[in-house]
Write a protein that binds this ligand. Structure first.
Ligand SMILES: *[C@@H]1O[C@H](CO)[C@@H](O)[C@H](O)[C@H]1NC(C)=O
Ligand SMILES: *[C@@H]1O[C@H](CO)[C@@H](O)[C@H](O)[C@H]1NC(C)=O
Length: 424
């Protein structure tokens, strides 16, 4: 990242190297139509995993998964902004960070070859090109994220162990990346995770693979607590369908991103008059990023509205911060000085996402309140507006690929719903 913040601002959103054309809408409809009959009459379940981490100071939420045979635990950064799951990997490793667990070590019989449809799917999603000279070659990948992080590796196939809500333990063999050459995007040299859990809507995404293996419906959701932690769930057993706010998924020009479409922006109940914003929900981003125009407008609105008791101050954590008469202990000390934002989605029925101050401010270790909405132009995400972890906290956010909709509802995220622990 071009900016020298001490705060890890992780932004894991797949950036297409060459912008691939969006698939025709028929592709999605076809996928759903094929998905239906396969599972008809088959028992599918759900799984819940506890989450760890926070927006500040850690800058990410992650899950522990058991992978391999025998199973070993790995910490994975939960990312709804990309499809490929990958682990730092001893293949051997050319460039790996210091990770929490011993590197995953693949065996030769685990390699996925170019003939495999997962390889075709991956290359279709990443570059639109197959990238293989012969069908028996190993399937290589290269993935690059918006924060300049990247991973180069090879696709492998290995066992994931999950305990389901119906108390069965399943051990599907799933495809993921063995990354042997990583560039780390954030400033920290020790990586808090062993890899990334890709939960986008593409067919290589772990949630799509759960569906293909008849384990859960193609539905994933998270509940990130402002106090840290929370939970991640797969399948639709926990989804409060009638109470949540829903917006249809938009087929954005940026494929496989989860987008509820275009939104208008309100501050303190007043329209800010910005052009409709193309919004993407990305759990792999610690903060929220606005495109140039809404970013400028929201800063002006917030600054123009501040009480005299707050003074702008420089803080190494984030670009825009304020101090009060006394250092703040938490966002609760300062939230009454700020108004709520609202994103109003017009795709289908009008759906509102309210963003109270605690969903766009952090209080740093220096006792200042800082704006957790950042300038997307500085990180090259251009016209996309990325709703990151800070804004999705204390809500259940549901990505429902079965019904093609995204939902959200305020929820107590530090209470993990009872299905027992999913970590084996
Ligand atoms: C639980 O669900 C899985 C599939 O999701 C199924 O294979 C298994 O048989 C189910 N177990 C029970 C006890 O119903
Ligand atoms: C956002 O970043 C762009 C590119 O660096 C810059 O031109 C613009 O002035 C920034 N906007 C604000 C409000 O700082």
């Amino acid at each position: 990242m071009a900016v020298g913040w001490a705060q890890p601002a992780i932004l894991i959103l797949l950036l297409l190297v060459a912008v691939a054309r969006a698939p025709a809408p028929a592709v999605r409809a076809d996928k759903l139509a094929r998905g239906g009959p396969v599972l008809a009459g088959m028992e599918v379940s759900s799984a819940v995993f506890p989450l760890y981490g926070d927006v500040y100071p850690h800058g990410l939420y992650y899950v522990a998964m058991s992978i391999g045979n025998p199973p070993r635990p790995y910490f994975l950064d939960v990312d709804t902004g990309s499809d490929l799951t990958w682990l730092q990997c001893d293949a051997p490793c050319v460039s790996c960070s210091k990770v929490p667990h011993p590197l995953y070590r693949p065996t030769k019989n685990k390699l996925v070859h170019c003939v495999d449809q997962m390889c075709t799917a991956l290359h279709g999603d990443l570059t639109g090109r197959h990238g293989c000279d012969s069908p028996q070659e190993q399937c290589n990948y290269e993935i690059r994220y918006a924060d300049q992080g990247s991973s180069l590796g090879v696709l492998v196939n290995d066992i994931f162990a999950l305990r389901l809500a119906n108390s069965s333990v399943v051990r599907p063999s799933l495809v993921f990346g063995c990354g042997y050459d990583q560039q780390v995007g954030s400033s920290s040299e020790v990586s808090p995770t062993d890899g990334v859990l890709g939960l986008g809507s593409g067919s290589i995404s772990l949630i799509s693979q759960f569906k293909q293996n008849g384990i859960t419906e193609n539905v994933v959701g998270h509940c990130l607590s402002t106090r840290g932690g929370g939970f991640l769930f797969f399948g639709d057993d926990l989804v409060p369908y009638s109470r949540a706010t829903w917006a249809p998924m938009a087929r954005s020009a940026f494929r496989n991103y989860y987008s509820p479409g275009l939104a208008s922006l309100y501050f303190g109940g007043r329209s800010l008059g910005v052009r409709p914003m193309e919004v993407v929900f990305d759990s792999g981003s610690s903060f929220t990023y606005f495109a140039a125009q809404p970013y400028q407008v929201i800063i002006n609105a917030i600054k123009g509205d501040l009480s005299k008791t707050l003074k702008e101050v420089s803080d190494p954590s984030l670009p825009i911060c304020w101090k009060g008469k006394r250092p703040f202990k938490s966002v609760l000390d300062v939230k009454k000085e700020f108004k709520s934002l609202v994103l109003s989605f017009s795709n289908g029925k009008r759906a509102l996402m309210e963003i109270p101050p605690e969903n766009y401010l952090i209080v740093t270790k220096y006792g200042n309140a800082c704006l957790g909405i950042l300038n997307g132009s500085e990180v090259g995400v251009r016209e996309l507006n990325i709703v990151g972890d800070i804004t999705m906290q204390d809500q259940m956010v549901i990505y429902d690929n079965e019904r093609g909709q995204i939902g959200w509802i305020r929820a107590p995220c530090d209470r993990i719903p009872k299905f027992g622990s999913s970590l084996l």
